[in-house]
Design a protein around this ligand. Structure first.
Ligand code: HAM
Length: 428
């Protein structure tokens, strides 16, 4: 590198730095998600961000493995990948201890993932997901539970029913219909499904053009025009009746869904019902959640099959969802009290008081600067710290303090012993 060349302060393309205000939003989203997951009896687990590349080669779907993974050869000649999703990892963990684990197994995790995608609205190269999965339930109760869990998370984040829509389909029917009705071969089906996946993200004309680009003028137009017919055929498929049944069961619980024969998922491991949650605001076109049933994935590990259903909920689209509806929480510092000093000679006294208050579970920071009192108070205010106490000669001598609420401007006389209680009472 050139000796005097300065380094950019930008984070790596498609990733984010989380400044405290940003992390507070992220924590808000995932604290709620964790709370609801635990409320449904799900237990938290984790895996490493590094996985052997072969884990994704067999079943994740071509696009993910060939174009979207961050893969490299390590110093020991091993082919390694930064995890693009959690599902193969959880399947590996379950397969490894399948005899010791107790079923139904309900697990969740909140972790980051990496996909080499073109960064755009709702899509980044590093993102976080809540994954919730249930193993060991063959019946539709599993789908009902897992979708209810997603629904309750949306409600806990402040969403109204009309803010989002849950779309349901059955994996593989569309492919079957294309093969039997139109004689498309495997690679043509893949191309058609990819185009369908982009349906809601581009204009009608762009969408039609995609067919023509990929299939040529005649066949492209034909496929575009026949889509409605394909939809009808798909609805008649026997497997699709499972979606109808699920829709009814959820409806009985007050959860509305939409059956969508054109819903596609980007992974090859789904074996049954698949679903996605979408924002109803047209500004946010990409899915909030995606998931489905994958009963055969443990095959990868030469293990007996264990039925499984789960989903991933992404932070990027959820944040956009909350933002357009002004549902993001206001930033509030976790620090409750700022100790100002009339002069620097009181720093030690302030530090002693802080030490004692921290032992009483009050979050305190201390001024060490020689700024004027007014400026110290505005530092506290800017940092959104709700209370200040100023320490000078009188306070040190009499052990009597004025606790000031920066929001209301009110002041309260307190003794050293009563500070903690006074703050706790006000913040409760
Ligand atoms: P997925 O549909 O690829 O499914 O991702 C689930 C959610 O993660 C998406 O709906 C979206 O919110 C978010 N997401 C995915 N890719 C990105 C990205 N590049 N940038 C921002 N957000 C993104 C899965 O990952 C499955 N493994 C989910 C699953 C769990 N299926 C069964 N269990």
């Amino acid at each position: 590198m050139e000796k005097n060349k300065k380094i950019s302060t930008e984070s790596y393309k498609g990733t984010r730095d989380f400044y405290p205000e940003d992390l507070a939003v992220q924590n808000f989203i995932f604290d709620r998600a964790r709370q609801i997951s635990e409320n449904f009896g799900y237990e938290e687990y984790n895996t490493s961000v590094l996985e052997p590349t072969e884990l994704y080669k067999a079943k994740s779907g071509d696009e993910i493995v060939n174009e979207q993974t961050y893969s490299f050869i390590d110093k020991g000649d091993r082919d390694v990948t930064l995890r693009p999703e959690m599902t193969p990892s959880i399947a590996r963990m379950v397969a490894k201890k399948r005899r010791e684990l107790t079923y139904p197994l309900r697990w969740f995790s909140i972790q980051n993932f990496f996909r080499y995608e073109r960064p755009q609205k709702g899509r980044l190269r590093e993102f976080w997901q809540l994954n919730a999965d249930i193993f060991g339930v063959e019946g539709i109760e599993a789908e009902v539970e897992i979708i209810s869990l997603g629904y309750e998370i949306m409600k806990a984040l402040g969403a109204q029913d009309e803010d989002f829509v849950i779309k349901i389909n059955y994996a593989g029917i569309l492919k079957e219909t294309y093969q039997t009705e139109l004689n498309l071969d495997e690679s043509e089906v893949k191309k058609a499904l990819r185009i369908i996946d982009s349906k809601n993200k581009v204009s009608e004309e762009e969408y039609r053009q995609k067919y023509i680009n990929d299939f040529g003028e005649d066949k492209g137009k034909q496929l575009f025009e026949i889509e409605q017919k394909i939809t009808e055929k798909t609805k008649q498929n026997e497997k699709f009746q499972k979606c109808v049944e699920l829709g009814k069961k959820l409806e009985n619980k007050g959860i509305k869904t939409e059956l969508d024969p054109l819903l596609t998922r980007g992974f090859d491991y789904y074996t049954g019902i698949v679903f996605e949650f979408f924002d109803t605001n047209p500004e946010n076109k990409r899915a909030l959640f995606g998931g489905g049933r994958y009963d055969d994935l443990l095959d990868l590990f030469d293990s007996e099959k264990i039925p499984a259903v789960g989903f991933g909920m992404g932070d990027v689209t959820i944040k956009d969802f909350l933002e357009v509806r002004s549902l993001l929480p206001k930033y509030q510092s976790k620090t409750e009290l700022y100790l100002c000093t009339l002069s620097q000679k009181y720093s030690d006294n302030a530090d002693q008081l802080a030490t004692s208050l921290r032992k009483q579970n009050i979050n305190v920071t201390v001024n060490y600067s020689d700024k004027k009192i007014g400026d110290q108070i505005s530092v506290a205010d800017k940092k959104k710290i709700p209370y200040v106490i100023c320490i000078g000669g009188d306070e040190v001598q009499n052990k009597q303090y004025k606790l000031k609420n920066l929001k209301t401007g009110e002041e309260q006389e307190v003794t050293e012993e009563s500070i903690a209680d006074a703050i706790k009472q006000i913040t409760e």
